[in-house]
Design a protein around this ligand. Structure first.
Ligand code: ZN
Length: 456
C-alpha cells in the first residue's frame, strides 16, 4: 500500500511533459506509472489526489533565500518558510547574512542556526556559510558542518559582513577548491559603489535616479569579471548571484565556454520589472544590483532559456514598511531588498510561459533541477523521479491570480509584487509526500522542515 498517489497529472521534467500517476511511500517517490509507457493500471494508496488538467512540477529549490531570524520584526523563520511552502518552494538554501546576527561565520554558529531552523522551518533547508575577511580559516570547518556554499559580498554586506579584497578572495577560492566547495558572489565593485554612495550621502542628493546612479552596471561587470578571472586561475567552483543584466551574463557565458566552472542565477524581480518601475513606484522596487532598463529584462530571459542563467532564485529580502518608502526619508536613507519567496514560482511561470512562450520545462530546470544539482542535493531534491523525495507542486495552469500583499504569509505585508496579476498558481504543495499547503492553508506545523545535507 502506498501512502499517497497523485493521479492523471501532467508531469513536468526538464525535457518533456507526460501524463502519469505518482506513488509515494515513506516520503519518497517509489513508482511513476506512465513514465515509460502509457498508464494501464491504477494502484491503491491511503490518500489519492486527482490532478487531471494540472501540471506536476518538482518542488522548487530556492538557492538564494534570506529566511530571517535576527531582524525579527522584518521576517522570521516561520513566516518566511510558510510563504515559501505556499509558493511552491520546498527547499530553501538560507543565506548566512543580513537577517542573521551573528552571520554564519564558523561551524558553531552554523550548528546553532541549523538547530533553530530545525525547530522553526516549514520547508526543507540547506544553508550557506559566510566568506568574509575574518573567517578564511573557518571555511574547511564550515564545509565539514555541511555548508552548501560560501557567500561573499564584494560590495560589503553590513554588520560583520565586510567585503574581502581580491587577494583574500583568491586565497579563499584556493581553500574552497581544495575541498571542492562552491563559492557564491554578490558582484558589485565596492570601490565604485562605496564612493558613489558616499558622494550621494555627503551631498544629500535625494531621489531614485541617484540610487540607480550609485550602483552602475559597470561595477557589476567589473566585479563579475574579476571573479571569473580568479575562478579560472584557481579552478574553484563559483556561482554568480542575482545577475541583473545580459551583459553580465555574456561575461559568464564566455568564461563557461573557456572552461571556468561557473553557474549563475537571476531573480524573479529582474525577470518581471525594470528601473522604470523603481523610478515610478519607489523603494519597494529597490534592490542591489538595481533593476535595469526594460531591454535588459528581455535579454535576461534569453540567457535563462539558454541555461547560462541556469538558476532563478528569490533573494527574498524583507524590510519594514516605513523603511521601504522614500516619502519618509531621503531615498539614500531608505532600505532596499524585495520580498518575493511566495510569488517566485507563479511569477516565473506567468512571465515565462504565458507572456513569453517558453515551455514549462524551463521551470523544472531553473527552479528545481539546476539549483539542486549545483548545490549538491540533486538525487534527493530537484525532480519528480523515482528515488527522489516526494516534493511536488500540483500547479493549476488556468488559475488567475492577483497578488494581494495583505494575503501573503510575510510578516511585513509589503512586496514589489503587490497588485501584479497573472495566470497559473501552485494549488497543492507536498514535501516528502506530505501536503504542506492545500486549499489555501498551511497544513503542517513549524519544525516540519528538515536539514538537507550536501552530497559530497
Ligand atoms: Zn541576497
Amino acid at each position: 500500500m502506498f501512502d499517497i498517489s497523485i493521479r492523471n497529472g501532467n508531469i513536468v521534467e526538464e525535457d518533456r511533459v507526460y501524463k502519469g500517476n505518482i506513488y509515494i511511500k515513506d516520503g519518497k517517490i517509489v513508482l511513476i506509472s506512465g513514465c515509460e509507457e502509457p498508464v494501464t493500471e491504477v494502484l491503491s494508496a491511503a490518500l489519492v489526489m486527482d490532478a487531471a488538467g494540472k501540471l506536476i512540477f518538482p518542488g522548487a529549490v530556492d538557492a538564494h533565500m534570506h529566511i530571517g531570524e535576527y531582524q525579527a520584526d522584518f521576517e522570521d523563520m516561520q513566516t518566511s518558510t510558510m510563504a515559501a511552502a505556499a509558493g511552491g518552494i520546498t527547499t530553501c538554501i538560507d543565506m548566512p547574512l543580513n537577517l542573521n546576527s551573528p552571520s554564519v561565520l564558523n561551524p558553531e554558529i552554523f550548528k546553532a542556526k541549523q538547530e533553530r531552523l530545525s525547530r522553526e522551518s516549514y520547508v526543507d533547508f540547506s544553508m550557506w556559510g559566510a566568506l568574509v575577511p575574518q573567517n578564511l580559516k573557518e571555511l574547511p570547518g564550515l564545509n565539514r558542518a555541511g555548508a552548501a556554499a560560501f557567500k561573499c559580498f564584494l560590495s560589503g554586506g553590513g554588520n560583520d559582513f565586510s567585503a574581502p579584497d581580491l587577494g583574500m578572495v583568491r586565497i579563499a577560492l584556493k581553500e574552497i577548491e581544495a575541498f571542492n566547495g562552491l563559492a557564491g558572489f554578490h558582484c558589485e565593485d565596492y570601490s565604485i559603489t562605496r564612493l558613489e554612495r558616499e558622494y550621494v550621502v555627503k551631498n544629500k542628493i535625494n531621489g531614485r535616479q541617484a540610487f540607480l546612479n550609485s550602483r552602475p552596471l559597470v561595477s557589476e561587470l567589473i566585479a563579475t569579471q574579476n571573479i571569473l578571472f580568479l575562478a579560472g586561475e584557481t579552478k574553484a567552483r563559483v556561482h554568480i548571484c542575482h545577475v541583473s543584466h545580459p551583459k553580465v551574463a555574456a561575461l559568464i557565458e564566455k568564461a563557461k565556454n573557456e572552461g571556468v566552472d561557473v553557474t549563475a542565477e537571476t531573480c524573479s524581480h529582474y525577470l518581471t520589472f525594470s528601473e522604470e518601475d523603481y523610478l515610478e513606484k519607489g523603494c519597494l522596487f529597490g534592490c542591489a544590483p538595481p533593476l535595469r532598463e526594460p531591454a535588459a529584462r528581455e535579454g535576461l530571459w534569453d540567457y535563462v532559456a539558454r541555461g547560462v542563467l541556469s538558476c532563478v532564485a528569490s533573494d527574498h529580502s524583507p524590510g519594514m514598511p516605513y523603511n521601504r518608502d522614500d516619502r519618509n526619508q531621503p531615498t539614500y536613507e531608505s532600505g532596499f531588498g524585495i520580498s518575493s519567496v511566495q510569488t517566485v514560482f507563479q511569477t516565473v511561470y506567468d512571465q515565462g510561459v504565458n507572456k513569453r512562450g517558453f515551455s514549462p520545462n524551463l521551470l523544472a530546470s531553473c527552479l528545481s533541477a539546476n539549483p539542486a544539482r549545483r548545490f549538491g542535493i540533486y538525487g534527493r531534491k530537484g525532480a519528480v523521479k523515482v528515488g527522489f523525495d516526494g516534493d511536488i507542486v500540483i500547479f493549476d495552469p488556468e488559475k488567475e491570480w492577483r497578488v494581494d500583499a495583505k494575503q501573503l504569509f510575510y510578516k511585513q505585508k509589503i512586496t514589489a509584487f503587490d497588485g501584479l496579476s497573472g495566470k497559473g498558481l501552485p494549488e497543492t504543495v507536498l514535501i516528502r509526500g506530505v501536503p504542506v499547503f492545500r486549499s489555501g492553508k498551511i497544513q503542517t506545523e513549524k519544525g516540519f522542515g528538515r536539514f538537507v545535507p550536501v552530497q559530497k
